[in-house]
Structures are given as structure tokens and as C-alpha cells.
Design a protein around this ligand. Structure first.
Ligand SMILES: O=P(O)(O)OC[C@H]1O[C@](O)(CO)[C@@H](O)[C@@H]1O
Length: 505
């Protein structure tokens, strides 16, 4: 008789489990709030409005054991190869001082180099710097965009403009009102081969040259894991900030990629961001699985994809400062876990990560929440809110903001019957998680981002996925090159050829 694969057996149990509605769990589990509200690094996660009951948590614990989650967690922090397809470790935790000693030291040295350059800039080495034009795409821009948008509301030390898209409209907009004499260019690309970034860098250099600048390259700082390529592009070694190639693009804001964060918010805030992330690292590393925020959140994610067939999950931040969180997390989660093969190259054979979408509250309530309450799709929702009001704000607004966030979670769960009119009935029993933070400072934001990183890692570990490669993006890049070549173009399909012809390309 062949032994059943214990991971598959645990997934089968989870997929076939039929538990009670969420509301009933508050009666059947009197200690529910104690067990399902977890707190770490300034984040309070309330999971009591999910279907995870004691049995399910037990089944997930069995799955974690079968998938050797604790071993995977240890492998991440000890710098072992966790990205087998590229034969690499993933050392973003070392950027926060929580990796293997050797990796921590490498990261600390590169951070010191970043600090020295920052001191030189602030000391006037580049003349007066009023603005920074940060050029990068994907993981080379989304972190700085999120951090500075969230934390720079009360003023920044320089005017930070970000440009990612290869669309000239994006560059035109980013340059509005900038003075070439007082603008520094920060070109960020892990590979330094990304078409968008290199094309935008050339456009920015032309802009400097067009303004009569004698040495446009002298105004460029490059951040990359491939310094040779940056040198090939004409950037002087002294203005290159390298980072380790074991730091994935979507995990890189902690590395010198964060120089724009440090320039806009100051070095101390950048360090606080790292410290907050390190606090979450320690929690993830040490807390037992059932008290561990990233682990329990991943259990919930997998329950809804495997048991309830949820294809998406939504995140709504009831805080305007977190409006960039969803785009940031979309890359983190979907580029990491949107895969159909396991780390061993076998077909996955089960749903991978859910599609992540969302926005901010209360805006979403007046646009897409209809579907959340009454649509035929089950969408687990995550609400984020910050209890402390900023001094400058009207407390009435903040009060309403929070009340709305909490009411939505309650409404999704309880629903409301209407025997006379089905269109006015709310089925209820719809799950949500609420993440509550007392304040949104650099440390809490760091912890929040690290929480999502580790949750993504746990999901990958349980699914058997390698979350650190992204081969899915390569085919489109390749075809974009081919389609630009008249000879290869003729081999394309009739629809694509007609589009190219119509656009006159
Ligand atoms: O930092 P780079 O090498 O320019 O890459 C930018 C982005 O492009 C991707 O490689 C996808 O094409 C992302 O993983 C990455 O964050």
C-alpha cells in the first residue's frame, strides 16, 4: 500500500471540512477573541470574523508540520537557498539585521556606503538638491512610493518625484516644475537591464543636457545589484550603490533601493522603518505558529482559496496614507506566488495565491462594496485602520472613518435577512480580518510590510512554491523585443500584426 502524501492529505482535510458559520463560532468558542486576536510589533490582527475554528487551526498546524514550515522559516533566516530555481538565498531579512551573521554584515556595509553618500549629498557634494527624480519600475519603485506617500505627509526634505512607466506622459508629469540645476536623479534597477528604466534614464539625461548641463551623468546615482552594467551605462563607480543579488526586487525597499526614502524622510526614519520590520521578523521567527500573525493570516488565505474556492481577496485601508499599499502588495503577493509549478518544478495541482485587489475606505464602500456584500463571489476582505488621529485632522472625520471600517466587517459577517425582497437581503457569513494600528509611523509601516512579506512566504512554503523567482514576466519582454524586429514580426499572429500596422509601427 502506498503512503498518502501528508501535505496532500492535510490539504484534502482542509478542503473538505464543513464548519459552522462565523457568527456561531463566538458562542461555540468562548475564548475566540483571546485566540484569534493577535498582536505584534504595533499591529493588532483580529481574525475572529473568519471561519477558522479550532479544528481548522489544528488541521493547518498539521499541514504546517507536513510541509516543514518551521524548517522553511529557519532556512529563510539562516541564509539557506530558498530560491532554488536561481540557486540563491533570499536575504531581505538581513537588510534589517535579522539574517545570518555573514549576510547581516554584508548588508550593514552596503548600508554604510549608502549612508556615506547621503551624508555627502546633504553636505553639498551635489550642490543644492531640492528634488529627487527616482527612476525605477516594479520593486525598484513601489516601496519608496508607498513609504514616502505614507510617511511624508507633513513635509519631506526634498521633492521626491517617481517615474516608472515607459510612457512619456509619466516622465513629463514627473518633471513638471523641476529645476535641472537642483534635481538629482536616482536610477534604481536590480538588473540594470530593464528597458523602461534605462529608457527613462536616457530621457532624463537628455533633459539635463537640454538644460545646458555639462556633465549630466554627474547628477545620477545608480542603485543596483549589477554594478558592472551601471558602469557600462556611463555611471561613475563612486555614485553606484550596490545591493546583494539575493535581495529580490519586491523585497528591496530595505536595501540601498530605499535611498530615496532616506533622502525624503531622513536617515532616522529610514532606520525606524528597518527596526519595525526587524520587530516583525523576530515575531515571525520566534512566535508559536498559532500565535504568529503572518502564519495565521496565511492559514486564512489558504482556507478561502482551498475550501471556499475564493479566487480573490481584497484589502481596504481606511487610511488615505496607505493608498499605495494595494499596488505594492499586488506585486509582492502575485509576483511571488502567482505560479502553477512547485519549487521542484512539478505541477502545483492546487490553487495558488488568490488575486489581490482593493483600495481605500470609505471610497470603496460607494463603488465596489456592493459585490462584497451581495455578489456571487466570496471575497475575504481585510480592513486596515489606525486608531490615532493626526493632530491636524478633524476628529469627526477620523471617528466616522473608523466606525465605517468596523461596521463593514460586522455587516459582512451578520448580513440581514429580508423575506419579502431578495434584492434587499444580505446573506452574511462573509469573512474579514481587521488590522488595527495605534499610529502609522515608520516603525509600524515597516512591521506591516514585513508582515505581508512573511505571510507570502508562509503561503508559498505551505503550497510548495518558490516565491522568489518570476519567470512569468520574461515571455512578454522577449516578445516585445521580437515584435520590434521586422523579420521576426512576420511570424506573429494576424491580430498582433494588424495592431502594429494600424499603429504605424
Ligand atoms: O529592478 P529591475 O531589475 O529593473 O526590475 C524591475 C522589476 O521588473 C521585474 O523584474 C519584473 O519584470 C520585477 O521583478 C522587478 O521588480
Amino acid at each position: 500500500m502506498t503512503q498518502r502524501d501528508p501535505v496532500q492529505a492535510a490539504f484534502d482535510t482542509i478542503s473538505n471540512y464543513e464548519g459552522p458559520p462565523i457568527e456561531a463560532l463566538f458562542d461555540s468558542e468562548p475564548d475566540r477573541l483571546d485566540r484569534m486576536v493577535l498582536e505584534a510589533a504595533g499591529i493588532r490582527m483580529d481574525m475572529s470574523k473568519t471561519h477558522l475554528d479550532k479544528d481548522l487551526v489544528g488541521f493547518f498546524t498539521e499541514l504546517a508540520e507536513a510541509a516543514d514550515l518551521e524548517g522553511r522559516r529557519k532556512a529563510l533566516f539562516s541564509g539557506e537557498i530558498v530560491n532554488p530555481s536561481e540557486g540563491r538565498a533570499a536575504t531581505h531579512v538581513a537588510e534589517r539585521g535579522e539574517g545570518a551573521n555573514e549576510d547581516n554584515e554584508i548588508a550593514a556595509k552596503l548600508r554604510q556606503r549608502m549612508r556615506n553618500l547621503l551624508d555627502a549629498i546633504e553636505g553639498g557634494a551635489f550642490g543644492e538638491v531640492e528634488a529627487v527624480l527616482h527612476i525605477g519600475i516594479g520593486g525598484s519603485v513601489l516601496g519608496p512610493a508607498l513609504a514616502v506617500d505614507a510617511l511624508g505627509r507633513e513635509g519631506t526634505r526634498c521633492d521626491l518625484r517617481l517615474v516608472a512607466n515607459i510612457d512619456g506622459e509619466a516622465m513629463d508629469e514627473a518633471l513638471i516644475g523641476l529645476d535641472p540645476e537642483t534635481t538629482l536623479i536616482v536610477a534604481v534597477s536590480k538588473s540594470f537591464t530593464t528597458t523602461e528604466t534605462l529608457t527613462n534614464l536616457s530621457a532624463a539625461l537628455d533633459w539635463l543636457e537640454g538644460a545646458g548641463m555639462e556633465d549630466p551623468y554627474g547628477r545620477v546615482i545608480a542603485v543596483t545589484a549589477n554594478p558592472e552594467k551601471a558602469i557600462e551605462h556611463g555611471i561613475d563607480e563612486t555614485r553606484i550603490l550596490p545591493f546583494a543579488d539575493t535581495v529580490g526586487g519586491r523585497y528591496s525597499l530595505w536595501s540601498p533601493v530605499g535611498i530615496s526614502i532616506a533622502m525624503a524622510l531622513g536617515w532616522d526614519r529610514f532606520e525606524e522603518l528597518l527596526e519595525g520590520a526587524a520587530a516583525m521578523d523576530r515575531h515571525f521567527k520566534l512566535a508559536p505558529l498559532t500565535e504568529n500573525l503572518p502564519v495565521m493570516a496565511a492559514f486564512s488565505d489558504l482556507y478561502y482559496t482551498h475550501n471556499r474556492g475564493a479566487e480573490t481577496r481584497a484589502i481596504f485601508a481606511y487610511d488615505e496614507r496607505l493608498r499605495m499599499l494595494v499596488p505594492y502588495l499586488q506585486q509582492l503577493v502575485m509576483e511571488s506566488n502567482g505560479k502553477s509549478v512547485t519549487a521542484d518544478g512539478e505541477p502545483l495541482g492546487r490553487p495558488s495565491s488568490a488575486i489581490l485587489w482593493g483600495g481605500v475606505g470609505t471610497d470603496g464602500q460607494h463603488a465596489v462594496f456592493q459585490l462584497l456584500h451581495q455578489g456571487s463571489h466570496l471575497v475575504p476582505v481585510e480592513f486596515l485602520a489606525v486608531t490615532e488621529n493626526e493632530d491636524s485632522q478633524d476628529p469627526r472625520q477620523h471617528r466616522q472613518l473608523l466606525l465605517n471600517a468596523f461596521a463593514q466587517g460586522a455587516a459582512l459577517m451578520t448580513g440581514r435577512a429580508n423575506d419579502d425582497d431578495a434584492a434587499r437581503a444580505y446573506p452574511g457569513d462573509r469573512p474579514s480580518i481587521t488590522l488595527l494600528m495605534q499610529r502609522l509611523d515608520a516603525a509600524t509601516l515597516g512591521a506591516l510590510i514585513a508582515f505581508y512579506e512573511h505571510r507570502t512566504y508562509v503561503e508559498a512554503a505551505l503550497l510548495g512554491i518558490n516565491p522568489f523567482d518570476q519567470f512569468g514576466v520574461e515571455l512578454g519582454k522577449d516578445m516585445a523585443r521580437q515584435v520590434d524586429d521586422p523579420e521576426q514580426r512576420s511570424q506573429f499572429d494576424p491580430s498582433t500584426r494588424a495592431l502594429i500596422e494600424k499603429a504605424g509601427l
